[in-house]
Write a protein that binds this ligand. Structure first.
Ligand code: GLC
Ligand code: GLC
Length: 660
């Protein structure tokens, strides 16, 4: 056995890693021979293999070194990696070389993201290809297509219950359609993002079906228990993620006469990464996706991939090791591939997934939640308190800043951050839930509850950006002033995510101010999941209306929202100060106004954002020091300010101030 050295790493591990690789050389040779890989390509791979092998081996050893079949799996993993490089299309290898030399490409101000469901946007992949110009018109350069793989019949959790990672849902098209879309996007300068749903498979995935048929090898791919004894022991320390689906985290399977671990829906079976065969099998799926032409994989539900009795089975150290292992392998075989972490957890935990060795990108759920918090309270205290020590990230990584996505809003701020400024976190979350479900007196929001937990009083919020920002209420009441305020709130929020540092990510529909879609209840496969309220179908007639409007000069709310969003995106892309992650808060001495400074390679931009529906002022001299200048132009409204006078912000106005 190998002991542990002072750093917690197994002793002599480097020697053992090298020796193992030496022993495995003939296996590599086989792959090169069988695939007729030339000398240049081999050595390209082997250079990267040597750079990553030792840390990779160490991680795998830590996870699986005590397994009887460790060496067998190491061998298979290496073969899988070599095969992936052999299968990599020429254009992608070119991209790999390019991105190795430009590892910070995603830090550019030119990167602006969008996310959509193919069926809701354009019915299918072939039609999506016809709309690449729409993405360009809006200014997108990063596109996340929600899961589009073969799924189980009936409820499939919006595509997150996958029955085959290598085939596209036939209603959307084929894997070749996807390849062609990926190539079109690449030519248009748009990066493709797809999900890697690796925490669970659908209950009808091939592996799950074999397990159900009694195949022991595949039963070990999942967590199965003959009775409640062990599940009860786990349950004692677990959270419930979908408490309205079923109580607890386990589902009884009649056929197998076993309890199955199901963190999410009962038909989503958690994979057992304690078994190296699972790691290797999912690695093959990962490489398959990468070779379709995916630039970024969104690692779904990262927090849950490792379980250990007596813990909450979230964010465990081994979960990080697993992702790092996948990352090393991506660096070796598909080096342009990046990972985006979907850890919608406590902010202390979110950040632990973010590093060049793990996930280069991460959703920023804390910023998302706190922007909505500021909108409800009209105060920027909590967001300032939080950003002050939580926005900074390691080099070569970036936040993905969003307002809405296909999921609910959970109030994932830190209780101590709240306590520091005198806010009781529990009460505050109750208030926010009341506010965003429209129950708080004077609320403008029209959200609905998601996964209300009667036992804990916990609840999350569903609703589209526009409905949460007050547009639905304003339209219903036909109140012009309220409509105006709602639109301003939306522009304000976009103005922050587009400027605060990181990749802004729009959820398509936002650009039109799409309202809640209450029709989802008529579909039995969707009725039980309120998140469908904010997954509306794209209305292509809006675009026609917009084009007509350009000719006739006739405006509508939708056109106004679309054009403002489009302009803000174009503006962001013209401002080098908005590249990178560097952001310094500015104390505006006004509790309604968020202020920050962006600096990149000598370019500076000051942002001031008024979260209240009253006019607010900020002392000009605060800007003079931050912006090093006396005269500033708001590049959004093209208005000049002089810092000898107070800077006045209209209700919900956001200023992007550049020195003139
Ligand atoms: C992720 C997805 C969510 C899904 C869950 C289970 O959190 O964003 O939509 O329900 O994982 O896959
Ligand atoms: C929880 C999970 C997150 C998931 C969400 C779906 O917040 O942490 O991964 O997306 O539930 O509602």
């Amino acid at each position: 056995m190998i002991g542990l050295n002072d750093n917690g790493a197994p002793e002599g591990i480097e020697f053992k890693a090298d020796l193992t690789l030496e022993r495995l050389k003939p296996r590599l040779e086989e792959v090169w021979r069988n695939n007729e890989i030339d000398e240049a390509q081999r050595s390209e791979f082997e250079r990267r293999l040597h750079a990553h092998w030792r840390p990779l081996f160490e991680i795998l050893f830590r996870l699986y070194g005590s397994r009887y079949d460790f060496f067998f799996h190491i061998e298979r993993i290496l073969q899988t990696a070599a095969q992936a490089w052999s299968d990599r299309p020429v254009e992608l290898r070119d991209l790999d070389r390019h991105r190795i030399n430009e590892p910070d490409w995603f830090q550019s101000e030119k990167i602006v993201g969008g996310a959509l469901y193919v069926d809701l946007f354009s019915d299918n992949l072939v039609k999506a290809r016809e709309h690449v110009d729409y993405f360009q018109k809006l200014g997108l350069s990063y596109l996340h297509l929600m899961p589009l793989f073969a799924v189980r019949p009936g409820n499939n959790d919006g595509g997150y219950a996958i029955s085959n990672y290598r085939s596209v849902d036939p209603r959307l098209g084929t894997i070749d359609d996807l390849r062609m879309l990926a190539a079109d996007l690449r030519r248009a300068g748009i990066s493709l993002v797809l999900d890697f749903v690796f925490n669970h498979t659908a209950d009808d995935h091939g592996w799950a079906r074999k397990a159900q048929a009694g195949d022991r090898e595949y039963q070990e791919f999942y967590y199965l228990f003959p009775d409640r004894t062990v599940p009860e022991q786990y349950e004692a320390t677990l959270r419930e993620i979908f408490p309205t689906v079923r109580r607890g985290n386990f589902t009884w399977h009649d056929g197998m006469q076993q309890w199955v671990w199901t963190t999410f829906n009962s038909f989503q079976w958690d994979l057992n990464y304690g078994n190296p065969a699972v790691f290797r099998a999912m690695l093959e799926e990962m490489f398959f996706l990468a070779n379709v032409g995916v630039d970024v994989l969104r690692l779904d539900a990262v927090a849950f991939i490792w379980k250990q009795m007596g813990t909450d089975c979230e964010n465990l150290p081994e979960a990080h090791l697993l992702i790092q292992a996948f990352n090393h392998l991506a660096r070796i075989s598909t080096p342009s591939l990046l990972f985006k972490s979907e850890a919608i957890v406590h902010p202390d935990e979110v950040v632990k997934y973010i590093s060049p060795q793990e996930c280069q990108l991460s959703y920023n759920p804390t910023l998302m939640a706190l922007l909505w918090e500021s909108l409800a309270t009209r105060q920027v205290g909590l967001i300032m308190q939080t950003l002050r020590h939580r926005h900074r990230l390691p080099e070569h990584t970036a936040w993905v800043n969003y307002l809405r996505c296909h999921d609910d809003i959970g109030w994932t701020f830190d209780d101590d951050d709240a306590a520091m400024i005198g806010i009781n976190a529990y009460d505050h979350r109750q208030f926010l839930n009341q506010f965003y479900t429209g129950q708080f007196p004077g609320s403008f929001a029209r959200g609905i509850p998601f996964q209300e937990n009667i036992k804990t009083g916990d609840m999350r919020i569903s609703g589209t950006m526009a409905s949460l920002a007050g547009l639905e209420q304003a339209i219903e009441e036909d109140d012009e002033e309220k409509k105006e305020l709602a639109i301003r709130r939306m522009i304000l929020l976009h103005g922050v995510t587009l400027s605060i540092g990181g990749i802004p990510l729009l959820y398509l529909g936002e650009e039109w101010g799409m309202l809640n879609d209450y029709e989802f209840v008529t579909d039995p496969a969707k009725a039980g999941d309120s998140r469908w309220i904010h997954r509306p179908k794209m209305q292509w007639d809006y675009l026609e209306e917009l084009n007509d409007h350009i000719e006739s000069g006739n405006g509508s709310i939708r056109n106004h929202i679309f054009k403002s969003t489009q302009q803000l995106i174009a503006l962001r892309k013209s401002l080098p100060a908005l590249a990178g992650q560097n952001m310094e808060l500015i104390n505006t001495f006004n509790s309604h106004v968020l202020g920050y400074l962006r600096i990149f390679e000598g370019h500076r931009l000051i942002v001031l954002a008024n979260f209240s529906e009253e006019v607010q002022c900020v002392e000009g001299n605060k800007l003079r020091t931050a912006g090093i200048g006396r005269f500033f132009e708001d590049v959004i409204e093209k208005k000049t300010f002089e810092t000898s006078a107070p800077v006045e912000l209209e209700p919900y106005q956001i200023l992007w101030l550049k020195r003139v």
